[in-house]
Design a protein around this ligand. Structure first.
Ligand SMILES: *Cc1c(COP(=O)(O)O)cnc(C)c1O
Length: 483
C-alpha cells in the first residue's frame, strides 16, 4: 500500500525500490530485442503527456507504466549491444548501483568538511588510478599534483584553460581578465569542447588556432604547431595552452605528444592531453604504448563514463599544478569558511571545478573497480580492441568497402566503395548509413574526412560481443546492395 503525497516511508521505498530495480533489470535483459533507435518523430513524447502536472501524488505503478509507454519508445538505446554510434556511454549495472548509493547518501561535497569521505575516496581513487594508467608520480597528491572527478571532459578543458590563463599572466588574469593576444592551439580534429572553452573564457574566435593534421593519420602536425607558435610569438601574441588528443572523436587519431610537449616546454605553454574516450586504454600496458609522452603533459583527462563501465558523469582529470588551478578558481565567501579548509590540510574540490555543488561520484567508480577488478576492466577494453581489428580485416577483405584510416583502439572508420568515383562513393556511404540505422538492428554515426562522409563504428558497449559485430558486418553488406 502506498500513500503518495508525503516523503516515502522506509517500507514504501523498499517496495518501490525493488520494483525499480526489477524494471531496470528487465530493461537491460530485453534491450537487445528493441530497435536500437526507432524512428522517432519530434513532438511524439510531448503529445502523450497530460496538459497539467499532477495535483495529487500518484501511485508508483503509474510512473513505471509511463516509462514503458512513453519514454522507452522515444529513446536511442545506448546500452544496446549493437549501439556503435558516437562513443560508448558504458553504464554498467555495478555503476548504476554505485550511483544509487550516492543519491541514497545524499551528501554535498562543497567542502572537505561537508562530506569528508567523498573528498578522500575521490583523492584515493584518482591517486591509485594514476599509477595504474602509468601517469607520473607528479600527477598524484603525494607527488605534488592531484586528480579530481569532473562532470565532463568539456569542464576539464575549461578549467585547464582558466588555470593556464592564470599561470601565463602571473596571476593578473584574476584581477584584470584577458589582456588580448592570448592564443590556444588544437588541431582541426580536436573536439569542439576546446572551441567552447575558448568562447566561454572570453578569448573569442581569434584566440583559437587549429593546426593542420597529417593527411594520412589525421594527427596534429608538430611542425605546423611550432610554426604557428613562432608566428604568434613574433607578432606579440601569447601562446597559453595546447590541447593534444589521444583518440580524436572523428577517427581516433593520436597526436604526437612527445614532439608537441617539446614545443610546449620551449615556450612555457600548458599542455593538456584530452584522452576523453581512449585515455582509459592506458590501463593496458600494450595500449598505453600507443601514446607515449602523456607523462610530459601538464594535465590529462579521460572519461570513465565512456569506455570504462561507469555511468555518466565521471570524467577523470589530473594535473601536476593543482596549486595554479585552485589559485585561479578559488573564491572563499564567509559562509564556506571552516577550520579544516583554512588549515590547508585538506583538499577543497570546489576550487577544482566550475560549480560549487558536488555529487559523491567516486562511489560509482569505486563500485565499478570493486565489481570488475582491474583485470575485468582490462579484459573489457582488450575485447573491443580485438573486435575492431577483426572488423577492419573484414572491411579490407571486401572491395565494396574501404577503411578511411587504420582502426584506432576500438574505432573503425569506413566508406562505401563503388568503383564509380568519389561522388558516387559518398552518396552510397550516406545512404548505407541511413539504411543500416533504419533497420533498427544496429546504430552507427558519421563524421567527415576531407569533407567526405565517413561511417564510424565505435565498438565498446558493456554487452557488445563478437556476434554483434559480425551481425553488423552482415547488415552493412546486405544494405550496401539496397543503398
Ligand atoms: C567525448 C569527447 C569529449 C567531450 O566529452 P564530455 O565528457 O561529454 O564533455 C572531449 N574530447 C574527446 C576527444 C571526446 O571524444
Amino acid at each position: 500500500m502506498f500513500v503518495p503525497g508525503t516523503e516515502m516511508t522506509s517500507e514504501e521505498f523498499r517496495e518501490f525500490g525493488h520494483a525499480v530495480v526489477d524494471w531496470i533489470a528487465d530493461y537491460r535483459a530485453g534491450v537487445a530485442d528493441l530497435p536500437v533507435r526507432g524512428e522517432i518523430r519530434p513532438g511524439r513524447l510531448w503529445e502523450q503527456l497530460p496538459d497539467r502536472l499532477p495535483e495529487e501524488g500518484e501511485s508508483p505503478a503509474a510512473l513505471l507504466a509511463d516509462l514503458d509507454r512513453v519514454i522507452v519508445p522515444a529513446l536511442a538505446h545506448w546500452q544496446h549491444p549493437a549501439f556503435f554510434g558516437y562513443f560508448p556511454a558504458n553504464s554498467s549495472l555495478a555503476s548504476v548501483l554505485g550511483d544509487l548509493l550516492s543519491s541514497g547518501l545524499g551528501v554535498q561535497g562543497i567542502s572537505w568538511t561537508t562530506a569528508p569521505a567523498s573528498t578522500e575516496l575521490e583523492q584515493y581513487l584518482l591517486d591509485r588510478l594514476a599509477e595504474e594508467l602509468g601517469l607520473p608520480a607528479e600527477f598524484t597528491f603525494p607527488g605534488g599534483g592531484g586528480g579530481v572527478i569532473q562532470d565532463s571532459a568539456s569542464s576539464a578543458v575549461l578549467v585547464t584553460l582558466l588555470a593556464a590563463l592564470h599561470r601565463d599572466s602571473l596571476g593578473a588574469w584574476r584581477s584584470s581578465g584577458l589582456t588580448g593576444g592570448e592564443v590556444v592551439y588544437g588541431s582541426t580534429e580536436t573536439h569542439s569542447s576546446l572551441a567552447k572553452a575558448v568562447r566561454v573564457a572570453g578569448l573569442g574566435h581569434d584566440g583559437l588556432r587549429l593546426v593542420p593534421v597529417d593527411p594520412v593519420t589525421l594527427a596534429m602536425r608538430p611542425d605546423e604547431l611550432a610554426e604557428a607558435v613562432a608566428e604568434d610569438v613574433a607578432a606579440g601574441r601569447r601562446p597559453v595552452l595546447v590541447c593534444a588528443t589521444v583518440g580524436t572523436t572523428g577517427t581516433g587519431a593520436i597526436d604526437p605528444l612527445t614532439e608537441i610537449a617539446a614545443i610546449c616546454r620551449e615556450h612555457g605553454i600548458w599542455l593538456h592531453v584530452d584522452g576523453a574516450w581512449a585515455g582509459v586504454a592506458a590501463l593496458c600496458p600494450e595500449l598505453r604504448a600507443l601514446f607515449p609522452g602523456v607523462a610530459e603533459a601538464d594535465s590529462f583527462c579521460t572519461n570513465a563514463h565512456k569506455w570504462l563501465m561507469t555511468a555518466f558523469d565521471c570524467s577523470l582529470y589530473w594535473t601536476r599544478h593543482p596549486g595554479v588551478l585552485v589559485d585561479a578558481l578559488s573564491i572563499l565567501p564567509e559562509y564556506l569558511r571552516n577550520a579544516a579548509g583554512e588549515s590547508r590540510a585538506v583538499v577543497e574540490y570546489r576550487d577544482w571545478q566550475i560549480p560549487l555543488g558536488r555529487r559523491f561520484r567516486a562511489l560509482k567508480l569505486w563500485a565499478v573497480l570493486r565489481w570488475f577488478g582491474l583485470r575485468g576492466l582490462r579484459e573489457h577494453l582488450r575485447r573491443h580492441v580485438a573486435l575492431a581489428a577483426e572488423l577492419a580485416d573484414l572491411v579490407r577483405s571486401d572491395d565494396r568497402f574501404t577503411l578511411v584510416t587504420e582502426p584506432s583502439f576500438a574505432l573503425v572508420c569506413l566508406r562505401a566503395h563503388t568503383g564509380n568515383g568519389a561522388a558516387a562513393d559518398d552518396r552510397r556511404t550516406e545512404r548505407l548509413l541511413a539504411s543500416v540505422n533504419k533497420t533498427g538492428q544496429a546504430f552507427l554515426s558519421h563524421t567527415a574526412v576531407d569533407g567526405r562522409p565517413v561511417i564510424r563504428v565505435a565498438i565498446g558497449g558493456v554487452t557488445t560481443e563478437s556476434r554483434h559485430v559480425l551481425e553488423l558486418w552482415r547488415l552493412l553488406r546486405e544494405e550496401f546492395d539496397r543503398a
